[in-house]
Ligand binder design. Structure first.
Ligand code: ATP
Length: 353
């Protein structure tokens, strides 16, 4: 029953060979990305990789240098920002301080000359949607950071945009509020069925909420896929390194097999040979007390507690290796242990040295 007036019909978005060049710099460099109607895509990447530029190019805040941005199959590359029908939320709370929450939400409708009764009805519904129905009379300074971002979200949704654009909307919030609002954004997005592009440099955030995560590097997409797929099968060393935590272990590769920590494992990239760096997740490293078990012998350097699991750092030769295990298993610095790799297949890259 909630939010019926704000339901989205679902819009397709496509970046095709999009360039944005500045003198001496390519912020976008042949960006290809298709977002399906009603899909939630997170753009994830390191600082400066072009995430914000991509979002701004879709919004119409940047004129692209080449390629096309299309919405429902129509090229909007030259369409002015106010005709693109995008809802936007940014990192900084951008509420008008002299307007109440409700008036802030009504603002976009006022600009569109929506009649007062209709305006009030839609704005109330949008505030209810973000759970602030009771606080419509408050001013920004009477709201917490998380509440201000909820108002900003309601303000973005109230005009029934074709696409919702979120640029690091959680970055200024405390850890706990951040997770709450993150889940709330996902719930609302699914409830409305609105196509959403979410820019973040935080991999946990991206993996937690998105239907698909697009990892960006140097102005283009390095890999796009469901969170589980990206985590389990990174296509490149860059993705393996950026998504999730990985050990980088030295190995020797030949004929599709890599020898690492004394074990022979299948290589993802069968063409590699010679000295390589292997990316191995902590959960793919098994640590057991020293005993008859076969494996690499090492000494515990330290441990950390993460609620449902622990991580133990082990020194093997000159390499520090992080293993993840049940929280009930406890090692102490100085313990002699044995490590075994449990990954079926290893991602590696040629050793840069
Ligand atoms: P961050 O998370 O740090 O914002 P980002 O991935 O969103 O990073 P963008 O803001 O899209 O990155 O910027 C991409 C690159 O383009 C950066 O290297 C930036 O310095 C450059 N850039 C952005 N705007 C301009 C401009 N007006 N002139 C020159 N270079 C620019």
């Amino acid at each position: 029953a909630a939010a019926s007036a704000l339901l989205s019909p679902g819009t397709a978005v496509e970046f095709a060979g999009v360039d944005k060049h500045y003198p001496g710099h390519r912020a976008l460099d042949g960006l290809d990305l298709r977002i399906e109607p009603g899909e939630f895509v997170a753009l994830l990447g390191p600082s400066g990789c072009g995430k914000t530029t991509a979002l701004r190019a879709l919004a119409g805040l940047e004129v692209v240098t080449g390629g096309t941005v299309s919405v429902d199959g129509v090229d909007v590359s030259r369409t002015p920002v106010n005709q693109r029908d995008m809802g936007m939320v940014f990192q900084s709370y951008s509420l008008f301080p002299h307007l109440t929450a409700l008036e802030n939400v009504e603002f976009g409708l006022r600009m569109r000359r929506t009649p007062a009764a209709e305006r009030r009805r839609l704005a109330t519904e949008a505030l209810d949607l973000v759970d602030l129905g009771e606080r419509g009379g408050r001013y920004a300074h009477q709201l917490s950071g998380g509440q201000q971002q909820r108002v900003a979200l309601a303000r973005a949704l109230v005009t029934r945009p074709r696409v919702l654009l979120l640029d690091e909307p959680l970055s200024a919030l405390d850890a706990k509020v951040r997770v709450q609002l993150r889940d709330e954004i996902r719930r609302i997005q699914q409830e409305l069925g609105i196509t959403t592009l979410f820019v973040t440099h935080d991999q946990d955030e991206a993996l937690a909420v998105a239907d698909r995560v697009a990892v960006m590097r140097a102005g283009r997409i390095e890999q796009i896929g469901a969170p589980e797929e990206l985590y389990a099968r990174p296509a490149t060393p860059f993705v393996a390194d950026f998504v999730g935590q990985s050990n980088r272990l030295e190995g020797l590769a030949a004929l599709g097999v890599v020898t690492v920590l004394g074990q022979d494992l299948a290589l993802r990239d069968r063409a590699l040979s010679g000295v390589v760096r292997c990316f191995v997740r902590p959960e793919d490293v098994q640590v057991t007390p020293s005993g008859p078990t076969a494996g690499a012998r090492g000494t515990v350097l330290g441990t950390s507690f993460h609620g449902s699991f622990r991580r133990t750092t082990v020194l093997v030769g000159a390499e520090q290796i992080v293993a993840q295990h049940a929280a009930s298993v406890v090692f102490s610095p100085g313990d002699d242990v044995v490590l075994r790799l449990t990954a079926a297949e290893v991602m590696a890259e040629a050793d840069p040295a």
